[in-house]
Design a protein around this ligand. Sequence first.
Ligand SMILES: Cc1cc2nc3c(=O)[nH]c(=O)nc-3n(C[C@H](O)[C@H](O)[C@H](O)COP(=O)(O)OP(=O)(O)OC[C@H]3O[C@@H](n4cnc5c(N)ncnc54)[C@H](O)[C@@H]3O)c2cc1C
Length: 418
Amino acid sequence: MIEWNDQQKMIRETVRKFVEAEIVPQLEELEHGDRPPYDVLRKMFKTFGMDELGGSRFDRQIAREEAGLTSKGEPQASKAEKKQPPSASDRADAAAMQLIPLIELSRFCPGMVTALGVSMGLTAASIMSKGTLEQKKRWARELLTLEKIGSWAITEPGSGSDAFGSMMSTARRTEDGGYLLNGNKTFITNGPYADTIVFICKLEEADVDPADRKVLTFVLDRGMEGLTQSRPLRKMGCHSSPTGELFLQDVKVDVDRLLGGSETGSGGRQGAKDTFSMERSGVAAMAYGIVDRCLELSVAYAKERVQFGKPIGEFQLIQDKLARMVVARMNIENMLFRFIESAGAGRGLSFAEASAMKLYSARAATEVALEAVQIHGGNGYMSEYQVEQLARDAKVLQIYAGTDEIQISAIARDLLAT
Ligand SMILES: Cc1cc2nc3c(=O)[nH]c(=O)nc-3n(C[C@H](O)[C@H](O)[C@H](O)COP(=O)(O)OP(=O)(O)OC[C@H]3O[C@@H](n4cnc5c(N)ncnc54)[C@H](O)[C@@H]3O)c2cc1C
């Protein structure tokens, strides 16, 4: 793949028009006010039929699983599915279609992608990949149609990069076969408003070193006794994505809330790691949107702003910045093409490849956005100019979904192991 095909270009154009008509006029309230992004996202889902599509895809999958459960309780592909597996181009198109809304939204509102990505890409996806049939029916459908909003909570005040090693949140077995959950989570996207929360903690096991204890995942509902969701935290950027804290004090749950239905099927460390991999690929699409928009704004400003009697675009130092932005955009776009082609080939990216893509694209987006501010001079530092917002928004790409330093460790581990 060396360029977007005609259909993909057309879809990009359609999504762009929606963003310009429906989101840009509300940008001030979304980015500088306290307006949560969910109604606008729901409108986007409705406009493009994404809610119905998500619901009907879910219904088909559940019907297949119900019809094809093996004796072990594992879902089996139906006969129809075996006869007609999706072609490589269908798989590639599906991957491209997932990325396009993320790219187009990120040109104006990367925070909205964060809110959407955590609700669908992390919360719903972890329930769909690790949950029992009952759990999928109970929670995932309404997340996939965006009727409900989800949070995925692993980070704690004392455990970020070392998410499992320093985790303090606990699940204690109770005599009636349930669990008592305790702990504090922080920096949780959608935390203040989430209806459904995926909560990751450690089983209290006597005689086992805390670092080695089993990791368990539970699904919680807003309003449960003992669960408190904080107000949104104040932060540097991505204001259209509410971030908060969760406090759990003796939250009593039955085993039907344990993801996978048993301590061994709960996903554990591997379940959370699979989720990290998905997140990393999505960040590159966000970075591409930010870089694309910064370049567009910077070229326009370089042509229009006159100093020393000529447009600043005629100065070589400004041209150098524009040229570097083009290189960054080409590199990220090529990485996205590789991601799409790999999905078409049915193999996906390895953990190290996804880390490399995230590392490069997050750094490039931050550098490009800061250079866009530089090209805009004093205006670039003013909120009236969009590059100011994009520079604040871009920085988080180097922090969440694994910091740059953690991506480097993942790449190096893979490199040195072979
Ligand atoms: C806006 C936002 C939204 C978020 N949303 C969510 C969410 O929805 N759910 C969730 O669970 N979490 C979420 N997070 C948390 C995010 O994943 C963590 O902030 C991130 O993993 C880093 O953890 P930390 O902040 O504790 O930093 P720390 O781990 O304390 O790191 C501090 C610094 O030390 C460096 N460092 C740490 N370990 C090493 C090492 N071994 N080698 C070299 N350097 C190292 C880091 O790279 C960093 O530079 C969000 C964060 C933000 C900012």
